[in-house]
Design a protein around this ligand. Structure first.
Ligand code: PLP
Length: 508
């Protein structure tokens, strides 16, 4: 649980009496106080006040305790609705990779399926069937040798898919080691320090030593030589990322595989690759068909993607696929009842919404290959054009330009030291744009950058508006003499890019 320190409101401690009227009985209400898992915002010490809103009788309800009584649904709705007005505008959120726009038919199907539980294969056999069709479509899209034998499942997102991919690697390695009479108690996983936080979690939760290749100079992700250098007989796999969280770049999967082929020739050590294609696995098939990163590379054992990123579904759905049954040890697979038969499942959750899987199938059907290519191409065009314009503004250098995943990072030019990237991020936030600023991990913690994620729904018009606001912000900041904000002031909205720096409270 994310547990933050209680922030004390200036009015803290000022307790208010309760009217206790309005259908809530005549006795005092309990005061709810945020517990360890709660997040206490300003005003946290006070109960929720409903009056004189909605022209109802004055009433207060506890903020952090379950109210004793009931309230009218329209009042409860309005209370929740109003509170959420303070959330950021999702369409102006350029920090997230996750879908923030869907057409009305996708939304309608999701509403129609809101009550369906993905695990109830027997009760909702057609939802299960749509999941199977999606797995087969992805197996073909990712060039599985024999798509009918590729195996896979939906998940809540790439994080769960990464746990499953990592577990399969670990179990295969353990089995191989035990069969050879060798110790199997010190597994390690090799990856770039740029991996998303889910891989740090996998290593932590499932007790695998993470071996991170640091960044160096202008190298912001994993390379063949640096990956192989960290591998040994205890390496369960190498994670290669297609669409790095920090800068959108693709890691060179085929070249990493070739280097691991060399390692096997030299030492006999056979290290499989898992591709984290959270964003890139739904971009490269459409825009970079010649790029070999998928099951065409024999060493790629498994691939994950986020259906809710460039798969275009609202959160949360992800996908994990294995090249064949050998890549997914049978002893990890559980079986549920399915139309009197048996359905293998591999998942951390039991219950999980079915609506997202249905929406994924809808998008596949609605857009087809050409539609996805059009959507992703537009994202890439918007990203590369916007990054080029930002480079022309003067104070910025591009780290990447959005020509791989439509995601780019940019930094302040050397010599621009009278304001910081955190000042730029804050200035944009004044206009509603959420553009995160963060420092890169080891060994480039000196590099602070801003990042823009271009998604379906962020077109050239919005990009021009962002550019105009950025230009104005820079002109104003240029008149200052010293940075106002540092990394300490940055919000935590870099979406997994803010990892592997020393752990901060609330981030473990
Ligand atoms: C977003 C992301 C993840 C985590 O995916 P979720 O679907 O948010 O769980 C993992 N890896 C990469 C590269 C990502 O971009």
């Amino acid at each position: 649980m994310a547990s933050e320190q209680h922030r004390h409101h200036p009015e803290g401690g000022h307790e208010r009496g309760h009217s206790g009227r309005g259908g809530h009985g005549g006795h005092d209400r309990r005061h709810g106080r945020p517990g360890a898992a709660g997040r206490a915002g300003p005003g946290a010490e006070r109960d929720l006040e409903l009056n004189p809103l909605f022209s109802r009788e004055p009433v207060t309800v506890p903020r952090y305790a379950l109210p004793d009584g009931e309230m009218a649904p329209e009042v409860a709705y309005q209370l929740v609705h109003d509170e959420l007005m303070l959330d950021g505008n999702a369409r102006l959120n350029l920090a997230t990779f996750v879908t923030t726009w869907a057409d009305p038919y996708a939304r309608r199907l999701m509403a129609e399926c809101a009550e369906k539980n993905m695990i109830d294969k027997d009760e909702y056999p057609q939802t299960a069937e749509l999941e199977t069709r999606c797995v087969h479509m992805l197996a073909r899209l990712w060039n599985a040798e024999d798509p009918r034998h590729a195996t896979g499942c939906s998940t809540t997102g790439s994080s769960e898919a990464a746990m499953l991919g990592g577990l399969a690697l670990k179990r295969r390695w353990q089995r191989r080691r035990r069969a050879a009479g060798l110790p199997a108690d010190r597994p390690n996983l090799v990856m770039g320090v740029n991996v998303q936080i889910c891989w740090e979690k996998f290593a932590d939760y499932f007790e695998v030593e993470p071996r991170y290749v640091p960044m160096a100079g202008d190298r912001y992700h994993l390379t063949p030589e640096t990956a192989v250098a960290l591998c040994d007989e205890n390496t369960i796999g190498v994670v290669a990322v297609l669409g790095s969280t920090f800068d959108g770049s693709y890691e060179p999967v085929a070249e990493i595989a070739a280097a691991l082929d060399g390692l096997q020739e030299r030492t006999g050590t056979d290290v499989p690759i898992h591709v984290d294609g959270a964003s890139g696995a739904m971009i490269a098939p459409f825009l970079d068909p010649e790029l070999r990163w998928d099951f065409r590379v024999p060493r790629v054992a498994s691939i994950n993607t986020s259906g809710h990123k460039y798969g275009l579904v609202m959160p949360g759905v992800g996908w994990a696929l294995w090249r064949d049954a050998d890549a997914l040890p049978e002893d990890l697979v559980f079986h549920v009842n399915y139309l009197g038969g048996d359905m293998p499942t591999f998942a951390l959750n039991f219950s999980r919404p079915g609506a997202q899987v249905v929406a994924q199938y809808y998008h596949f059907l609605r857009l087809g290959f050409d539609g996805y290519r059009r959507v992703q191409r537009t994202c890439r065009e918007v990203a590369t054009r916007l990054s080029a314009r930002i480079a022309e503004l003067g104070p910025f250098d591009l780290v990447t330009d959005g020509s791989e995943a439509p995601v780019f990072a940019f930094r302040l030019r050397d010599g621009v030291d009278h304001y910081s990237v955190y000042d730029v991020s804050a200035a944009l936030r004044e206009r509603g744009w959420l553009v995160p600023a963060y420092t890169f991990p080891a060994d480039r913690t000196d590099l602070a950058a801003l990042r823009v994620v271009v998604r379906n729904g962020f077109g050239h018009d919005l990009a021009d508006l962002l550019l105009a606001d950025l230009r104005r912000a820079v002109e104003r900041l240029d008149r200052g003499s010293a940075p106002q904000r540092t990394a300490e002031d940055a919000g935590g909205f870099a979406h997994g890019a803010e990892t592997k720096n020393p752990r901060r409270p609330g981030r473990h």
